[in-house]
Design a binder for this molecule. Structure first.
Ligand code: COA
Length: 336
C-alpha cells in the first residue's frame, strides 16, 4: 500500500500574557464592540519582551512529541518550522528549536508562506514522508506578530496574536485514521503588496536609518484581503474535495485559518457547509498566522469535538499571496 503521512501528535502553546480588547481600546481609537463585531476577537496573547518565536515553537514542539508518546531526543528525521516572525533574519529558527528538543540528527529548516505556512508545511512534511526521506517529521507553526505590528496601526494591532501549534507526522497508510489524503496549494505573487513588510529584506534593505519607519512593520490592505481570502480558500477547498472524491456534506469539520470570524462564516456560505461544522477559536487567540490551524485543531480536540475517523478539511490563506487546503481523517490523538 502507498506510504502516507499520518497525524500522530498535536501540541499547542500560548504565551501567558492575555491582551483584551479593553486594553487595546486604551491604546488605540477602537472599542471592544468594534473589534468583536468586525472580527469576532475578544482577546489575544502577546509574548512579553524576551520571549521569541523559537521559545513558543519549542514549547509546542515538546507538547506534540509528548502527545505522540515521545519525548526530548526522540527519533525525528526532520523539523519544519512555519513562521513569518523568525528569531533572526539568518539563520533559520528550526535548527535551534531542534537542538533544544535534543533532536540532534534531524534536518531542520523554516518555511515562509505567512498565514498559509502550516498547510504548506503539511505538504512539505507529508511529501518528505511519502518519498521515503523521513519516518517522522515534526511540523511547528509559531508566530510572534506582536513584534512586527505597527504600534500606530489600530487595524492590524487588534487582529493579530502570538502562539504556536505543532504536529508530529509519521509514516503510515491511507486507510489509517490520521492519514493526510491530498493537497491543493496555490499562490499569486502579483498581489504581494496586499500583505507585506516593505523593508528589511533585499528589496528595501535595512540601513542605518530606514527610509520610512512604517515600512519596517507589517502592513495589510484589509478589505481586499478579506474578499480574496474567502474566494481563494473556497475555490481551493472545493477543488481538493472534488479531487479526493469527498462531498462537502461528508466533511465533519472545516478548520479554516482563523483570520476573521466573518471570513470563516463567508467561507462556510461559499462552500455550503453548516456553520456548526466550522471550528473557531479566534475569539480567544486572534489571528496567529502560521500557528492558527494547529491551535484551532488543539482547541477543538481538547473539547473532544472530533471523533476517530471524522473527516476534516483544513484551508488557509495568507501573504504572498498564498493559499492551500488539505484533508485528513481524525486519528483520535489527545493534544498536549
Ligand atoms: N477600531 C475601530 N475602527 C477601525 C479599526 C479599529 N481597530 N480598524 C479600522 N477601523 C475603521 C476604519 O478606519 C474605517 O473607518 P472609515 O469608514 O471612517 O474609513 C472603518 O473602520 C471600516 O474599515 P474597513 O477596513 O472597511 O473595515 P472592515 O469591515 O473591512 O474590517 C478588517 C477591517 C481588517 C477587520 C477586515 O477587512 C479583515 O478582517 N480583513 C482581512 C484580514 C485578514 O484576514 N488578514 C490576514 C489574512 S491572512
Amino acid at each position: 500500500m502507498t506510504t502516507t503521512a499520518v497525524l500522530a501528535g498535536l501540541g499547542a502553546y500560548l504565551p501567558p500574557r492575555r491582551v483584551s480588547n479593553e486594553e487595546l481600546s486604551e491604546r488605540f481609537d477602537t472599542s471592544d464592540t468594534w473589534i468583536r463585531s468586525r472580527t469576532g476577537i475578544r482577546q489575544r496573547r502577546w509574548a512579553d519582551t524576551g520571549i521569541s518565536t523559537g521559545d513558543l515553537a519549542y514549547e509546542a514542539g515538546h507538547r506534540a512529541l509528548k502527545s505522540a508518546g515521545l519525548g526530548l531526543g526522540a527519533p525525528i528525521d526532520t523539523v519544519v518550522l512555519a513562521t513569518t516572525t523568525p528569531d533572526h533574519p539568518c539563520p533559520a529558527t528550526a535548527p535551534d528549536v531542534a537542538s533544544r528538543l535534543r533532536l540532534t540528527s534531524a534536518a531542520a529548516f523554516d518555511i515562509s508562506a505567512v498565514c498559509s505556512g502550516f498547510v504548506y508545511g503539511l505538504m512539505v512534511a507529508a511529501s518528505t514522508i511519502e518519498a521515503g526521506h523521513a519516518e517522522r517529521v515534526l511540523l511547528i507553526g509559531a508566530e510572534t506578530y506582536s513584534t512586527i505590528l505597527n504600534p500606530e496601526d489600530r487595524t492590524t494591532s487588534v487582529i493579530f496574536g502570538d502562539g504556536a501549534g505543532a504536529v508530529l507526522l509519521r509514516s503510515g497508510t491511507p486507510d489509517e485514521p490520521g492519514a493526510l489524503l491530498g493537497f491543493e496549494l496555490g499562490s499569486d505573487g502579483s498581489q504581494k503588496e496586499l500583505i507585506c513588510i516593505p523593508a528589511g529584506g533585499s528589496r528595501q534593505r535595512s540601513t542605518y536609518r530606514a527610509p520610512d519607519p512604517g515600512d519596517m512593520y507589517f502592513t495589510m490592505q484589509g478589505k481586499k484581503v478579506f474578499a480574496t481570502a474567502v474566494r481563494r480558500m473556497g475555490e481551493s477547498s472545493t477543488a481538493l474535495l472534488n479531487r479526493v472524491g469527498w462531498s462537502i456534506d461528508s466533511v465533519d469539520h472545516l478548520v479554516g485559518h482563523q483570520a476573521n470570524l466573518r471570513i470563516l462564516h463567508s467561507l462556510a456560505e461559499q462552500v455550503c457547509i453548516d456553520r456548526q461544522r466550522v471550528v473557531t477559536n479566534i475569539e480567544q487567540v486572534g489571528n496567529t498566522s502560521a500557528a492558527s490551524i494547529p491551535l484551532a485543531l488543539a482547541h477543538a480536540a481538547a473539547q473532544e469535538r472530533f471523533k476517530i475517523g471524522d473527516r476534516l478539511l483544513l484551508t488557509a490563506f495568507g501573504g504572498g499571496l498564498t493559499w492551500g487546503s488539505t484533508v485528513l481523517t481524525w486519528p483520535g490523538i489527545t493534544p498536549s
